[in-house]
Design a protein around this ligand. Structure first.
Ligand code: SF4
Length: 354
């Protein structure tokens, strides 16, 4: 296998866009679920990049494009310097799928209750030609060991005989069998009990020694705990991208500030009002001219209703907001409250063995 150091970047997402079209009666509607996303995962080190946002932000569609499960409408996806935006031949698809493996949300839906768990693992070895059938135990056991299990523990068991946390570990082990360079995990802990979540999040931190991980979540606490960098999505846009300590420790974009305060706010009355402004988001925000957050933003300016905000480098991260465009006469960056005195996001659940 080629070493990651030989490539300029492990993954380059360049202007990646996905438009969904729906028909209602005689009218056709276009929804830009992901709008010109740009993200790079380096080749010279492993990292956990979290893509976070509320429901409908476009994070899952972006993840599915990176996995090759949804075709981009425009833009490019480069993996190890190869254009994988629209893979047409089987050999290239097989190469890519060995390199980039998914971990899905619901471990209970991943496994058929009537099939033995080991059958999925042997099937993966066969599908990707990892080893001959007679030698399949070795890569399976190695992958299970990486998630704290063994083939002996899994052998002859059905999904109902394992906990949700164990099943999600098996699901991750299945993804590891091909020795991928990148795992894309879409809400991998959201279906687990709170007591089991941290052990799976910790597992991803351990797996970073082997490969990079894209972690999709709406949960800022686990994002803060697990990630190196975070991209905050709003209605198809990446609105803030940078090191997690900066973006979630001292958010600059008004939307990131709102998301963070809705997680941390100790005043239950204020929490309710923040929730109201979060759920007030509608499909219409995707279509809005100017900034898609304008109707909910406490710092909105006239320009926000007419001109799309630029991506501006601010204090070690990129922020898509007019507030930081120093050339604007009515920019009021100085007036933006720094939330740095707020407590850092922290997970309160202690790691628990699955
Ligand atoms: Fe608020 Fe304007 Fe920035 Fe959008 S561009 S987040 S409306 S200040």
């Amino acid at each position: 296998m080629q070493s990651a150091e030989q490539h300029e970047a492990l993954l380059r997402v360049q202007g990646l866009t996905r438009v969904f079209t729906s028909r209602r009666g005689l009218s056709t509607r276009h929804l830009v679920a992901v709008d010109r996303a740009n993200v790079t995962i380096p080749a010279d080190r492993h990292e956990i990049l979290t893509i976070a946002g509320e429901s409908g932000s476009g994070k899952t569609t972006l993840a599915r494009m990176i996995l090759g499960l949804v075709e981009p409408s425009s833009g490019r996806l480069l993996f190890k310097d190869r254009d994988v935006s629209h893979i047409r031949n089987r050999k290239s698809r097989m190469w890519f799928r060995r390199q980039v493996q998914p971990v899905f949300q619901d471990p209970f839906a991943t496994f058929n209750p009537l099939r033995k768990i080991e059958s999925y693992l042997y099937e993966t070895v066969g599908n990707y030609h990892v080893a001959p059938r007679k030698q399949a135990d070795e890569p399976i056991d190695r992958a299970l060991n990486a998630v704290g299990l063994s083939l002996r523990e899994v052998k002859d068991r059905y999904p109902s005989e394992m906990s949700g946390g164990q099943l999600q570990r098996v699901s991750i082990a299945r993804a590891l069998i091909t020795d991928p360079s990148l795992l894309v995990a879409d809400e991998p802990v959201s279906m687990l009990d709170a007591s089991l979540r941290m052990s799976v999040v910790n597992l991803f931190r351990d797996l970073k020694a082997r490969q990079s991980v894209i972690y999709i979540t709406h949960d800022l606490a686990t994002a803060f705990y697990a990630s190196d960098r975070v991209a905050i999505m709003l209605r198809g846009w990446i609105v803030e991208l940078g090191p997690v300590q900066k973006v979630l420790g001292e958010p600059k974009h008004p939307y990131t500030q709102l998301l963070k305060s809705s997680v941390l706010e100790p005043d239950p009355r204020q929490k309710t009002s923040e929730r109201v402004s979060l759920v007030a988001a509608e499909e219409g925000e995707f279509l809005r001219v100017g900034c898609r957050f304008a109707d909910r933003c406490p710092h909105v300016m006239d320009i926000c209703h007419t001109v799309e905000p630029p991506d501006v480098p601010v204090a070690g991260r990129l922020v898509k907001c007019h507030l930081y465009n120093g050339s604007l006469p009515d920019a009021k960056a100085e007036e933006v409250k720094e939330p740095s005195k707020e407590p850092a996001l922290a997970t309160t659940t202690a790691p628990t063995p699955v």
